[in-house]
Design a protein around this ligand. Structure first.
Ligand code: GLC
Length: 518
């Protein structure tokens, strides 16, 4: 297969713009703030930045409620700032990926406002639920009609069966592609089409009180409808009119349904986001099992990808602890496929407890107390030990982590064994090693807590063994032939020769450069 595309070899870095860097002292991050911190991304060595939405929005869902698809919210700056960001990023060989939110607009978008002609009403058409709590139907007092919202009532769903919607949205993509955008991460791609006959969703027998109320029904009529594939293919056709652009889909589905989004003959998304690691119980057998399921499901010409965290999920360092977060970093950056990392994970940022008076996320407000709120993983980037972690000169929109004086970019840049150094070393080692970037993948049989695999290039390149101890006891793995340690998550053992076995300390992962076979 061809593995020469930047989005195959590269590392994607997600920026949540509200929380990355505030250049104008209003407590909310902005585009100029991102430009000021491109050095950090260059040092880190990532290839692309994906920005969560920067468009005009009433911010009911912090930008995922778009009221104008071809503008920039004044909080973030202007179109000129955006053009400057693209130019500055491109000058550093960084690609720029935008978030595209096609499933719904804001209720303040003119399309929704204009759609509201008064008409005779009835009751809600069926039992469809909102992902953000309660019914998915909202009675519009102005029209007497109900409209469906998969998320907030302020995020009415678009009707992708309407050709005018398709054309308008393709126009939106063209607008940004013509401005030099390198691709899109498409929000809730599997939601775009709903059942034409508005049939009820069946109830979920596995649901119990205390679980996410949205999961009380199985959303077969509202998500992953077969017709969505035509839309994905249409989006892709448009991107293919331009050079080297990437279509990434946000899709939370089991693997066998997820991989359909590559499309027939690769005519779909290049990277249907693979969130397996986000939900995985953190132990070696389970992770081995999910890799064994995912790897063969991705067909020969399709390209895998892996995600550890994003703005909707608790942070990896909180999910697995600080020590295992280092192992997770090594896993993410050595599996076969494009890795996506979430801002702040490179310094080991953790979820932050949000006092009740500072809750911002509508999910926490609507469905409180179940741990579904997403503010904890959206707190300001910790740049240095100064006030507000160097994020802003003003009290930020979400609280800064209490440990920011120790956990920040400035401290970790100068510390030889920091998480940031580990990420820098991992990405630097990957780069230019064909075996790690695009090589084959072979899972090894191991016992206990060790997850191990080999990455091999297709030609004469180095081969690597990756051995990860997911447990808190030392472990030993047999090694046929010898090798040298290329990297340990503990950032010691540099070039240590190995023969016959790999010893792993608790919570240690190593990348071993295998000795060339005779
Ligand atoms: C996606 C986004 C999430 C947003 C939702 C509605 O899941 O990642 O943040 O709230 O879609 O747009």
């Amino acid at each position: 297969m061809s593995v020469d595309d930047w989005w195959q070899r590269g590392v994607v870095y997600q920026i949540y713009p509200r929380s990355f860097a505030d250049s104008n002292g209003d407590g909310v991050g902005d585009l100029a703030g991102i430009i000021e911190h491109l050095d950090h991304l260059e040092t880190l060595g990532v290839d692309a930045i994906w920005l969560s939405p920067i468009y005009p929005s009433p911010m009911k869902d912090f930008g995922y409620d778009v009221s104008d698809y071809t503008g920039v919210h004044p909080l973030f700056g202007s179109l000129e700032d955006f053009d400057q960001l693209v130019a500055a990023a491109h000058a550093r060989k960084l690609k720029v990926i935008l978030d595209f939110v096609p499933n719904h607009t804001s209720d303040q978008h003119p399309w929704f406002r204009e759609s509201r002609d008064p008409a005779a009403g009835g009751g809600p058409p069926n039992n469809w639920l909102s992902c953000f709590g309660g019914s998915g139907w909202q009675l519009d007092a102005q029209t007497g009609q109900y409209y469906y919202h998969a998320f907030l009532p302020e995020q009415p769903d678009l009707n992708w069966r309407n050709p005018e919607v398709v054309e308008a949205m393709l126009g939106v993509l063209r607008f940004w592609l013509d401005r030099g955008v390198d691709g899109f991460r498409v929000d809730v791609l599997w939601h775009l089409v709903k059942d034409e006959d508005f049939r009820d969703n069946p109830s979920n027998p596995a649901w119990r009180p205390g679980m996410d109320p949205y999961q009380a029904l199985v959303p077969v009529q509202t998500t992953d409808r077969p017709e969505v594939q035509d839309i994905v293919a249409r989006l892709r056709r448009l991107l293919d009119e331009y050079d080297e652009r990437v279509l990434i889909g946000e899709i939370y589905l089991p693997v066998e349904r997820l991989v359909k989004y590559y499309g027939v003959n690769l005519r779909g998304a290049q990277l249907p986001f693979n969130f397996q690691l986000v939900h995985a119980p953190w132990n070696a057998p389970q992770i081995a099992r999910l890799i064994e399921e995912y790897e063969p499901s991705v067909a020969a010409k399709e390209w895998p990808n892996w995600v550890l965290g994003n703005h909707d999920q608790h942070r990896i360092a909180s999910r697995v602890g600080a020590a295992q977060a280092r192992v997770a970093a090594m896993l993410l950056l050595t599996l076969r496929g494009t890795p996506t990392l979430y801002y702040g994970d490179e310094i080991g940022m953790r979820d932050v407890d949000i006092p009740p008076g500072r809750v911002q996320d509508p999910v926490e407000r609507n469905v409180p107390g179940l741990g579904l709120g997403r503010d904890p993983e959206r707190t300001p980037m910790q740049w240095n030990a100064e006030a507000h972690a160097g994020f802003s000169t003003h009290e930020p929109w979400l609280p800064v982590a209490p440990d920011y004086r120790e956990v920040n970019v400035a401290v970790q840049r100068d510390a030889a064994k920091s998480m940031l150094r580990l990420y820098v070393e991992l990405i630097a080692l990957r780069r230019g090693e064909a075996a790690l970037e695009v090589g084959r993948f072979e899972l090894m049989k191991t016992g206990d807590d060790v997850l191990a695999y080999v990455r091999r290039g297709r030609r004469e390149e180095s081969e690597f063994l990756i051995a990860l101890n997911l447990g808190t006891e030392p472990r030993t793995l047999a090694l046929a032939g010898g090798g040298t340690v290329a990297l340990s998550t503990h950032l010691d053992r540099w070039l240590e020769p190995l023969a016959g076995e790999v010893r792993l300390r608790a919570d240690e992962g190593v990348i071993v450069r295998l000795a060339a076979r005779a």
